[in-house]
Design a protein around this ligand. Structure first.
Ligand code: 1PR
Length: 534
């Protein structure tokens, strides 16, 4: 029996699913005594340090937790569960942590994108039960803006490089904590969790070689989901956002099945976009919640959900905030939510007043669940102009002249699935959203969507240069080399595709096999090559 400390923020369902998948049962901590009665305690932390410590304090968990740790009993902390063990964090100055490990948690100080999101390696400094069956080349999923800085090297279990090396795991006797998410790290993460769960029967495995690690470029499979005319929830795919063929909605498969297939063939993340979310009441759209719940039972990589993340009032006059909507998605297994149309409204309001309200969906969700949990999905369309001066729009020169020989263009943001164009441009939108607390940009491009013509490199470079958060390049992938282009000609951290994966024209495995020769990617030797190229 594994005891799980759920203090109520973020996606603990994934940790529960992963532990149950490994054949263990779970007891959730309800009161302080449950901590002291635990045989093994897992503490997955998500969100912000300050609110985590506040909640632990309010629930009366701090003293029993300190006692459990002092008694050197089996403990696995994940992400914030590692930060909690330190004296404090720059994220919440003045707020004490549990103080087991002397040192502080600090924000990344780097030119690289922050948060540090994605799959990175570990360099092991101590023998540990966690290392059983590892060859040292595995990658694990990280998502954080802060990292622990211990006062001495004594308890460093492993380090990871992101510009400089940082502590990505600590071990003090039976107390272990890691910065990455084993429950989101595919088969390697499951194996590591299993090592902890079965630790009583294993010896500590010796240290692997100390080496430099590298963040991998991520390949994301995207599933545009909606109800078709028969009322079934299907994965669909548009040509420049038109998902109908001869009047009917294209049906490319079932969301849960496809997500599982992509996980098995090595996708680093799965994104679901509820493409009619702008007109539905998301919390009444129960199928999306159940798609997430079912997917997270068997898919152990990060899941993002988009569509309809906004405030709304239902037919009975009951108000739901965007935070309520996001909360129900996180509880159902999502790791990140993606905001589309609402982000355009938020930025337009901000540009009118120059003031943040603190009440927008971006700010409220980031405050509770952390910046890394808020993705902004942008649906831009290219607009050609003759000169670089075009009002307040961010205009760029283009190598692909417009229909009248125009050598400049800007990217108009749209809402409601491309149906309505707005004044604000994609570069400004991305920049303002970062300022408001967004942690990542999902950059679509209506002109390229479904064309198989390759990513819009000019758009991606323009947006990437305006932000310091990670950018996901999306729309237009047609072959393996398009991924190489986007990773060598832009600084995008990840690339997303839909059509080529759904139609099995270029399976995920093939993209990764090809990229492996050229760029750093996560390669899971355990994945099955189930997708045969047509
Ligand atoms: O506005 O917050 O409710 O969110 C709606 C979400 O649904 C947005 O993220 C928006 O991008 C998405 N969406 C709305 N309508 C469509 C549509 O296709 N009619 N899909 C749509 C957008 C774009 C990508 C796609 C890539 C890769 N899909 O996600 O998967 O372009 O495609 P490709 O590789 O086949 O070229 P809100």
């Amino acid at each position: 029996m594994i005891t799980l400390l759920d203090y109520g923020a973020g996606n603990v369902r994934s940790v529960i699913n992963a532990i149950e998948h490994l054949g263990e049962s779970i007891k959730i901590v309800q009161k302080g005594e449950d901590i002291l009665a635990a045989e093994k305690l897992v503490f997955p932390g998500v969100g912000a340090f300050g609110s985590m410590m506040d909640i632990l304090e309010q629930k009366g968990f701090v003293l029993p937790l300190k006692q459990y740790l002092q008694e050197n009993r089996p403990f696995l902390g994940i992400c914030l569960g590692l930060h909690a063990l330190f004296d404090g964090s720059e994220e919440a100055p003045g707020q004490p942590g549990l103080g087991l490990i002397p040192g502080m948690v600090k924000r990344f100080d780097t030119e690289l994108s922050v948060p540090h999101i994605g799959w990175n390696g570990i360099s092991c400094h101590q023998a540990s039960v966690l290392w059983d069956q590892f060859n040292g080349n595995e990658k694990f999923y990280f998502v954080h803006s802060y990292h622990a800085v211990p006062q001495t090297d004594d308890f460093i279990l492993c380090t990871t490089d992101y510009d400089d090396a940082f502590t990505s795991g600590i071990q003090k006797g039976n107390v272990i904590a890691v910065q990455f998410h084993p429950e989101k790290s595919g088969t390697a993460g499951l194996c590591m969790l299993d090592n902890f769960l079965k630790a009583h029967s294993q010896a500590a495995m010796p240290v692997q070689s100390i080496k430099k690690t590298c963040l991998a470029k991520r390949i994301i499979a995207c599933l545009d989901v909606r109800t078709n005319d028969q009322g079934d929830l299907v994965v669909t795919k548009g040509d420049q956002y038109d998902v109908r063929e001869k009047g009917t909605v294209r049906n490319l498969g079932k969301p849960v099945e496809l997500a599982r297939r992509y996980y098995q063939s090595g996708a680093d993340e799965i994104t679901f976009l509820n493409i009619t979310g702008f007109r539905d009441f998301p919390l009444e759209d129960m199928p999306m919640l159940s798609v997430l719940k079912q997917t997270s039972l068997n898919v152990f990589v990060p899941l993002t959900i988009g569509g309809g993340i906004r405030d709304y009032t239902d037919a009975n006059g009951q108000f739901y905030s965007a935070l309520d909507v996001a909360a129900s998605y996180f509880r159902s297994g999502a790791d990140k939510v993606s905001i589309g149309s609402d982000a355009v409204d938020i930025v337009e309001d901000y540009l009118k007043t120059g003031k943040k309200t603190g009440a927008s969906a971006i700010e409220t969700i980031a405050r509770v669940y952390g910046n890394q949990a808020v993705v902004i999905s942008i649906d831009p369309r290219r607009v050609y102009v003759e000169s670089p001066n075009h009002g307040a729009h961010h205009v760029i020169p283009t190598k692909f002249p417009g229909p009248n020989g125009e050598n400049y263009c800007w990217y108009q943001c749209t809402v409601k699935g491309g149906r309505e164009g707005r004044e604000v441009d994609a570069v400004t939108l991305a920049h303002v959203c970062e300022m408001m607390g967004a942690g990542e940009i999902l950059l679509n491009c209506i002109d390229r969507d479904g064309t198989n013509a390759g990513f819009d490199i000019e758009l991606i470079n323009a947006v990437k240069q305006a932000v310091s958060i990670p950018v996901i390049a999306s729309s237009g992938a047609g072959c393996e080399t398009h991924f190489l282009e986007v990773f060598t000609q832009t600084q995008a951290e990840s690339a997303l595709a839909a059509g080529i994966f759904h139609r099995n024209e270029v399976p995920v495995t093939h993209v990764k096999k090809f990229l492996r020769e050229h760029v750093e990617i996560r390669w899971d030797g355990r994945i099955s090559d189930i997708d045969k190229k047509k």
